[in-house]
Design a protein around this ligand. Structure first.
Ligand code: SF4
Ligand code: MG
Length: 314
């Protein structure tokens, strides 16, 4: 069973004066067809940069992204067209990502136009079908983005991403800007579409609350590095990494009889220009030990399929 997407030692550094900002500092992940992998971490942990590099909106500093076995960075710009059709992205802010002067017909039809697929009536029909697919009325076709609510705009963003029948979609915090009441609707829509169209998702989020419902597996990232990876169940019931434990403690539990202590992390995420030595999480870790400042913890399979990078496990 070969993965649809295989990310190998992916690094993305940005030059800052004479230094470099290590936004993504060694990402290794296999994503299988039909699954959803959640990518979680606070803002500034490199999640969006990872998403943008995996879809080749950014060129990597190092590493590979194999899509169906081929490194997408090996393609010349002129050869990227078929990759652009197969790999799409849904963005956090549906308003900022939609051109306010374009009508829905043009917004959703634009990817089709760029790739020279269909025209005139046929394209209009395709856009109407896409609107229905995401739960919007085809009559919206002549409207502008400002005429829609946040949730509707995100549905338009999703329809646009689906226009080319992609296989893999990177969803970069698609629900973070939406009201809580709307979030579940959009998550459910993404789940339905996944089933219907056989989609594979990388679902980026800054907390675990919705991610644990949509994801089959979850990767927790901190300062551009991988902290923990496992199936969602194991990660949420038995989190191993102190960072995951803290993120999880912030998720409200619907059952009031279950008590869980909130772990509040001190301070902010340190600068990715000068990350801490050893374990990058040590400046905020409630369980930090002496060894944590001198040695980078190894990535270790602690239980079958449950990986962690932390000196507490060895
Ligand atoms: Fe905390 Fe040390 Fe584990 Fe890092 S390696 S998470 S500092 S205990
Ligand atoms: Mg982001």
């Amino acid at each position: 069973n070969s993965p649809l997407v295989e990310i190998k030692n992916l690094k993305k550094y940005f030059p800052v004066g004479s230094q470099s900002l290590k936004a993504v500092d060694g990402l290794d992940l296999k994503i299988y067809a039909g699954e959803t992998v959640g990518l979680v971490g606070e803002s500034g942990c490199g999640k969006s940069t990872a998403g943008r590099t995996i879809t080749r909106l950014y060129e990597p500093t190092e590493g590979e992204v194999l899509f169906q076995g081929k490194n997408i960075f090996d393609y010349k710009p002129g050869e990227m067209s078929h990759i652009r059709r197969e790999i799409q992205m849904i963005f956090q802010d549906p308003y900022a990502s939609l051109n306010p002067r374009m009508k829905v017909e043009e917004l959703i039809g634009e990817p089709l136009a760029i790739h020279g697929i269909s025209k005139g009536k046929e394209r209009r029909k395709r856009v109407e079908d896409l609107l229905k697919l995401v739960g919007l009325s085809p009559e919206h076709i002549t409207r502008f983005p400002h005429e829609f609510s946040g949730g509707q705009r995100q549905r338009i963003g999703i329809a646009r991403a689906l226009a080319l029948n992609p296989k893999f979609i990177v969803c970069d915090e698609p629900i973070s800007a939406l009201d809580v009441s709307i979030q579940a609707q959009v998550v459910n829509l993404l789940k339905e579409l996944q089933k219907e169209m056989g989609l594979t998702y990388l679902f980026i989020a800054h907390d675990l609350s919705m991610v644990k419902y949509i994801s089959d597996r979850i990767l927790v990232m901190y300062l551009g590095r991988m902290m923990e990876l496992s199936d969602s169940d194991s990660l949420t019931k038995d989190p191993l990494h102190p960072y995951t434990q803290a993120l999880l403690s912030a998720v409200p539990i619907p059952d009031p009889t279950i008590k869980r202590e909130r772990i509040v992390l001190k301070g902010d995420v340190p600068s990715p220009i000068n990350p801490p030595s050893g374990c990058v999480f040590r400046t905020r870790c409630p369980k930090a030990m002496e060894i944590c400042s001198s040695a980078v913890p190894e990535w270790k399979e602690q239980k079958p399929g449950h990986y962690v990078a932390c000196h507490l496990y060895w």
